[in-house]
Each structure stands twice: as C-alpha cells, then as structure tokens.
Design a protein around this ligand. Structure first.
Ligand SMILES: *Cc1c(COP(=O)(O)O)cnc(C)c1O
Length: 390
C-alpha cells in the first residue's frame, strides 16, 4: 500500500507562474490590466474564437452569457441534471426556469433525444440550452445545434471541464453561441479562481465585457493609466466579474502548458482504461473517434450487480489504500432545492439516478507519476477482485 495519501487533485504550478505573479505584485497594477488583456488574447488564439473575455469565475462566465442573450424571468433553459450547481443556478439568477434533462445511457452528457422531446411539446417556452461536456467528453453538438436552429434557441456551452476538447475537429469554445470556461483550482488549467467566455458574436462580446465591470463604458480600467481619463458612463447596472492581473499572470503560463498537461492526462486515461479492460465490474469512460476528450475527470462506473459492496464502500476502501477519489456529480434533481422547487423525484431521470449510485472519479492530473497511476489501478483491481461476486 502507498505510504503517502494521493490527493484526488493537485494543481501544477511552476516557477513561471510564481515569477509572473511576483512581477505583477511589484508592478503597481494588481487588478484587471495588461496581463488580463494578454491572457484574453492568448486564450482566443488558442481556442480560435473571435472574442474572449476574462472573468473571475466560470459561474460568472455562465451568468454573463445568459445576460447577453437577454434571458427573461418567463423563459426556460434546458440544463442537464448531471452537472454542478453553477450550470442551473445562473438560470435562477434571472428568475427563469431551468428545465432538467436526463443523461444519455452511454455517457454522462445530456440526452439530446430527451431535449428534442421536450422542445416538441413546449414550443416557444425555451430560450437556450446549456450543454455540459462532462469530464471533458464533447456533447453531441451537431444534434444540439440542429435543435437550436429548429427551435430558434441559443446554445451556451458549459465548458468548465472541456479545455482542450474537440468535437469533430472543432475546438470547444467555437461551436455554440457563447462558451464558458472555468479556471477554478481543480480545473485543467487554473488561476485559483477565474473563468473566460468565448464567442464569435461582436454584440455578445461587447455586452459581456461591459457587464463584467459595472456596466461601465469601454476600457474602464484604463481610467487610471496615462492613456485614460477620469470620465466614465454607466450604461447598465452591471456586475463585478473582472479578473485580476494577479490571476491572469498565473493563467498566461497555465495556458502555455495546456497541451502538455493534456498529453499527460491522455496518458493516464489510457493507462487506466487498459488496466481495467479485463475487469467487467468496471465500466470505463470512452471517447468517440474524431473527438478529443479533455480528460478533466476519469469517471468509472461500478457494475454493482457484480459486486458485494456499494459505491460509498468502494470509496472508503480506496481511502484505506491512501487514494483520494470523488463523485461527479450528485444530479441536481436529487438536491433539496430542485426537488422542493420543481417537485422532481429520482424516477424523473432514471439514467442519472442509476449512474449516480455507481460513479467514482479517479485522480487524473499532470503531476501524477507513473507510480501514482499504478497505485490507483492496483488499488481499484484489488478492491473489485476482493468484493467481486463469483
Ligand atoms: C467548476 C464548474 C463550474 C463553475 O466554475 P467556477 O469557476 O467554480 O465558478 C461550472 N460548471 C461545471 C460543470 C463545473 O464543474
């Protein structure tokens, strides 16, 4: 057994990030400024989108996206039940209704057939769809974009896990109307807290930029530089969602390492899938040929019919072997707020309710050594061998 606990996640912060942060601290300019502008430039170039606006969280990114498409209180937004709190709460910020949909039977992504069925029965009510690329596995974007055009909807992608994901060769961040990324501490690249919105639409971009900083007219941050003036105008009551240059200093270097990080994540995923291939108690994740999985998470499903223990016990056994794991996610419809507000019950989303009992996320991050990876596969195999039904 491992001597030292393997955390479920550790960020990879190098000397480059540290040096750049120190430079910012010494520069006299801490908030949104030249580093953030550079981070935005680098990010839009990396993604291939026309615009990128840095914000202080992925949640802020989603909120600004819905504001830009002019979401109203009487509107509905289709959201997968299998996601994090943020994806649906931003809909509630407007007083609008998040309509939950089940996941598909072979991935944890939103079931587009269910989306189609709902739209057919509820014409005119839905304003947008928020597909979430769970773990970094791209959703069926062709189908989602077709539905959006058939029913005149906007597509806001929750790409918190999807850097760098590709759908049929296209970078996630260039497909839907607006895409939201997160740089939360556990995400594929991090700024501690932070996020980015990308879009090709100039109007959306201008609106989001303005609303990210109090709804103040353009280039408000320049007010305090030699180029700026004291004058500004409040065009709308906006938000305080701008990203600091301290955070962007980290982000600039994290982004440069993004492909390198991803390569390591792919290696780990490959090693896991290979190790579990002869164990029928474990259903590993997959990616369709032609698509790129970002491997933010590696989620296995336990075949509980073939095991004498449940998922909670599996996690305890992993912990006893000094390995941290997690669960992504507890579906929204099982949480008190959504249950009580919308009357959802577990049976409403049978796939998500079913897989929720069986999913475990294994550690997958660039800082893991080959030995760490072996320790994880050995631990998983030990447990399923010990508790397998014969
Ligand atoms: C992390 C995450 C978010 C929110 O990101 P923050 O930067 O923490 O606000 C949104 N959606 C999903 C699916 C996430 O995992």
């Amino acid at each position: 057994m491992r001597k030292k606990f393997l955390p479920f996640h550790l960020p990879s912060i190098g000397d480059e990030e540290i040096r750049e942060v120190v430079d910012v601290l010494k520069s006299g300019w801490l908030t949104t400024g030249p580093r953030t502008m550079q981070f935005e430039q680098d990010f839009k170039q990396y993604i291939g989108s026309r615009y990128a606006i840095a914000v202080n969280s992925g949640t802020a990114a989603l909120h600004l996206a819905l504001e830009a498409i002019d979401l109203k209180a009487h509107d509905e937004v289709i959201v997968p039940t299998m996601t994090f709190a943020a994806t649906a709460e931003v809909v509630r910020y407007f007083g609008a209704k998040p309509v939950l949909v089940d996941c598909s039977h072979d991935s944890f992504n939103m079931n587009t057939e269910e989306v189609g069925k709902y739209l057919k029965k509820n014409k005119g009510k839905v304003k947008a769809i928020i597909p979430v690329h769970i773990a970094g596995l791209p959703c069926d974007m062709d189908r989602i974009m077709d539905l959006a055009s058939d029913y005149d909807l906007k597509v806001i992608e929750d790409a918190a896990h999807a850097l760098p994901s590709k759908y049929k060769g296209k970078m996630v961040g260039t497909i839907g109307d607006i895409t939201a990324f997160s740089f939360y501490a556990t995400k594929n690249i991090t700024t501690g807290e932070g996020g980015m919105v990308t879009t090709d639409d100039e109007e959306y971009a201008e609106r989001m930029r303005m609303m990210s900083l109090h709804g103040i007219s353009k280039d408000a941050w320049k007010r305090y530089t030699s180029e700026g003036s004291w004058y500004y105008e409040i065009k709308y009551p906006g938000y305080k969602y701008n990203l600091t240059d301290i955070a962007s200093a980290i982000g600039i270097h994290q982004l440069r390492k993004c492909d390198h990080f991803h390569k390591r994540r792919e290696e780990i995923a490959r090693a896991y899938t290979e190790a579990f291939s002869e164990h029928e108690t474990i259903i590993p994740p997959f990616v369709e040929p032609g698509n790129q999985h970002a491997w933010h998470l590696y989620i296995i499903q336990l075949d509980l019919d073939k095991l004498t223990i449940d998922r909670a016990r599996f996690i305890e056994e992993m912990k006893a072997k000094n390995i941290g794991t997690s669960v992504h996610f507890i579906p929204l419809h099982l949480h008190p707020y959504y249950k009580e507000t919308y009357g959802y019950s577990p049976g409403d989303f049978p796939e998500a309710s079913h897989v929720y009992q069986r999913i475990v996320s294994l550690p997958i991050y660039p800082g893991m050594t080959d030995e760490d990876v072996n320790d994880v596969t050995d631990a998983v195999k030990d447990i399923v061998n010990k508790y397998g039904k014969i």
